[in-house]
Write a protein that binds this ligand. Sequence first.
Ligand SMILES: C[S@@+](CC[C@H](N)C(=O)[O-])C[C@H]1O[C@@H](n2cnc3c(N)ncnc32)[C@H](O)[C@@H]1O
Length: 374
Amino acid sequence: MPYVPPHRRNQVPAPAAGAESQGKSLSDLDYSVDRGRDLSVDRLAEATGYKYNPKGAPSRFGSAGRNPHRPLGEGEDVPGGARLDEDGMVYDMGGGQCTYFQDRMRQYPFATETAGLALLRRLLLVNERVFALSDARVNATSDPTETARHGEHLYVMKPTMKSAPKSAGMAPGRHGEFPPPGWQALYLRLKSFQRFTESWALFERAAARGVFDPWLQLDLVSLDLQPSWEPYLLALPEPAEAEAGGGGTTYRFAQWDIKAGVDARDAAGGPLDLCLVSNVLVYCSDEPSAAVLAALLESGVKAILLNERGGEQKMVGMVERHGVVVAKLLDQDSAAGRDDRQLVFAPAGTSLPSPSGALAHVFPNVPYEESKQR
Ligand SMILES: C[S@@+](CC[C@H](N)C(=O)[O-])C[C@H]1O[C@@H](n2cnc3c(N)ncnc32)[C@H](O)[C@@H]1O
C-alpha cells in the first residue's frame, strides 16, 4: 500500500502531553479532526499543536498562537495558486509570485518571487528522488499505514514531550538508532522546505559577512551519527549530473559522532574548509563538543555556519571562552530579544563586519521573524 502523505488524508491533532505516560497506546489516540467546520482559536491550537508560548522561538519571533491563517484542509489549495507538488507545499501564484509552506498543517504561508520559485522547482525535483526512497522504506514494513501513522505521531509528539528521554523515540537518531521509517519520511517531506530555505538565507547572511571564498568546485561531505541518511544524500544530484562527475560538485556521507573523539577530518577523509551545523546543537551543547568545534577552527576550518531552532544557544558562550569569534546573523535589537538561530563561528581574530544595509533575501522572513518588534 502506498504511503499517504499527511496532507492527503485526515490530519493528526497533537495528542495531549503525557498521553503516552498515562498508558495510552497509539491506537487509543484520536487521529481525526473535523476539517469541515470553522476552527476556533482554541480548537485550532488543539488541532495544530501550536500554542502561544512567549518563551518559544515560534511565538517570540513568529506568529505561532496568533496566526490569522487556518490550516489548509485535505486537498485544499491556496486560492488563486497552481499547486506544484502532490503535498501542496509550493504554489505558483502567477506573475512571478510563489506561496510555499514549511509546516505540516500548511498554516504558515511564506512568499518568494521568481528566483525563489525557480529554486523551489528544483528542490521539488530532488524531493521526488528523496521521497521515493523514504516511501520505499515505509512500504517495506509489514504495515505501511501504521508505520506512517506511528511516524507522524512521533513527529507531532516531539514538541510536547520535552521531558521524555530522548531515547524514547522523541528525537529519533539521538543515539544512532535507525529512525522509525514513518518519522523519517515525514521529516524529509517537511524539513526539506524548511532546511533548504533556511540554509539559503544563512548562506546569504554569511556571504554578506565575507565568509565565502569563490569556491569553484565543491566536495560536500555530510557527517552524522545516523548512517541511514546516506541514501538520501546520494540522491541529491541529478543522476545524469552525478554520472558526468557532478558538474564539479561531489557528495559523500560519513558516519561521525562528535562525542567519540574522532577528528572530523579523519571521518571525512580529508581537510575541511567550511562546516554547516544544522539543528544538531540540541544534542551536543556540552563542553567537549565546544572544544571539538573550537579545535576545527584552530586547524584550518575557515568558518562554521549554524542554523538552529532555539533562540538561545548555550554553545555561543562555550565557544567564545575558547576564543572563537561569533557573529549573530539575525536581528538582536528587537523587542523579542536575543536570537541565536543563525550564527557564524570563526577562528580567533577573524573580522566579520555587519553588512551596512538591509539584505535582500530570496526567501524573505526565513527563519520567521514576522513578529519581531523594536
Ligand atoms: C534534528 S536532526 C537534524 C538533521 C539535519 N541536520 C537537519 O538539519 O534536519 C539531529 C541530527 O543530529 C544527529 N546527531 C545527534 N547526536 C549526534 C552526535 N553525537 N554526533 C553527530 N551527529 C549527531 C542525529 O543523527 C540527527 O541526524
